[in-house]
Design a protein around this ligand. Structure first.
Ligand SMILES: Nc1ncnc2c1ncn2[C@@H]1O[C@H](COP(=O)(O)OP(=O)(O)OP(=O)(O)O)[C@@H](O)[C@H]1O
Length: 315
């Protein structure tokens, strides 16, 4: 079926994937809208690369519905691949060629490629255009991966941990480039372990844990209002570290000051007072922690049930 005007570039329903006995995706639902940047987050081994490889048509799913640019990846014609660009987790092997030669070569595979100089400029490799790709630094090779991913003017871009190995200035330059692509209407599905990267780039983030998206939303809203409750912490008179979650941190600080004054401290300054608002990283870590605990409890309950039913059977 051809993509309808209103069909999202990525639509996934109930996707499952096992490697042998290990169930990696257990009913993944995912939508990425036209022009949207979506960051897929999750701990090592959560299945992010597996999901992306299935979307790109390089890995078989077990069950579920997957549509990318209006096609099922496994039955799509070769021309479908020209609609998206991909930057895999590992850097390509570029042999003895230079970035200019490689970009020029890859550009011939597409109907309306970007100009070679434009691509070099976009990824910040103009100065290394003639160098041997194999001799570029790790971060520069990664930029070359990106260059080859965008040369075909894709409508959709898959980026699997694209800025690993970038220095801070290169990351910022890369973010600007992605924002430029996004403003041209390119949809982006990104995986990253850098939460600041997700917060800066993504319209929405999704947390993959236990084979499913367990939380999803704009970076500033993930986890809901409760998860963002400020935490006031201080050290009390006995030296113990205390903390209080509150939507009124100034009121708590004022109360602590009153108490310190009343206790005879003329400064009224609570020891080591801090007010912290949980950021995306704190919220993400808390989500993963509670999901892992839930999964361990479920596993434990299953095991106990199994042992008990075995005991019953031997009676
Ligand atoms: N070809 C394969 N055969 C068997 N197991 C695999 C294969 N590819 C991945 N796995 C396993 O599937 C799980 C998910 O791997 P995947 O690479 O999709 O995770 P990820 O979320 O991308 O991890 P990371 O953040 O470390 O890149 C891991 O436990 C991994 O060992």
């Amino acid at each position: 079926m051809i993509q309808t005007e209103h069909e999202a570039p990525i639509r996934v329903r109930g996707l499952t994937k096992r490697y042998g006995q290990r169930s990696v995706l257990r009913g993944l639902d995912l939508d990425v809208a036209a022009g949207e940047t979506y960051a897929l987050l999750g701990p090592n081994g959560a299945g992010k690369s597996t999901a992306i490889e299935i979307l790109e048509g390089t890995r078989w799913p077990d069950t579920g519905e997957v549509r990318v640019l209006g096609r099922e990846p496994l039955t799509a014609p070769r021309s479908w691949k020209a609609g998206f660009g991909t930057v895999a987790q590992t850097t390509g092997e570029y042999g003895p060629y230079s970035p200019r030669e490689l970009i020029s070569y890859f550009s011939r595979l597409y109907a309306q490629p970007r100009g070679v100089d434009e691509v070099l400029e976009l990824v910040g490799l103009t100065g290394q255009a003639q160098a041997r790709a194999a001799q570029l630094s790790g971060g520069q090779q990664r930029r070359l991966d990106v260059a080859l991913g965008i040369v075909g003017r894709p409508r959709l871009l898959f980026l699997d941990e694209p800025t690993t190995g970038f220095d801070p200035a290169a990351r910022r330059q890369f973010w600007d480039m992605l924002e430029g692509l996004s403003s041209e209407g390119v949809s982006i599905l990104l995986t990253t372990h850098y939460l600041d990267e997700a917060a800066r780039l993504a319209d929405r983030v999704g947390v993959l844990s236990g084979g499913r998206i367990v939380a999803e939303g704009p970076p500033a809203e993930l986890g809901g209002v409760e998860a963002r409750t400020p935490v006031v912490s201080w050290r009390d008179a006995s030296g113990e570290r205390r903390e209080e979650r509150t939507h009124l941190p100034a009121a708590v600080a004022a109360r602590l000051r009153e108490a310190a004054l009343a206790a005879g401290d003329p400064t009224g300054e609570p020891a080591e007072l801090e007010i912290k608002r949980p950021g995306l990283e704190d919220i993400y870590l808390e989500l993963i922690r509670s999901e892992t605990e839930d999964a361990q409890r479920a596993e434990h309950a299953k095991l106990t049930e199994h042992v008990e039913s075995g005991t019953e059977a031997t009676r």
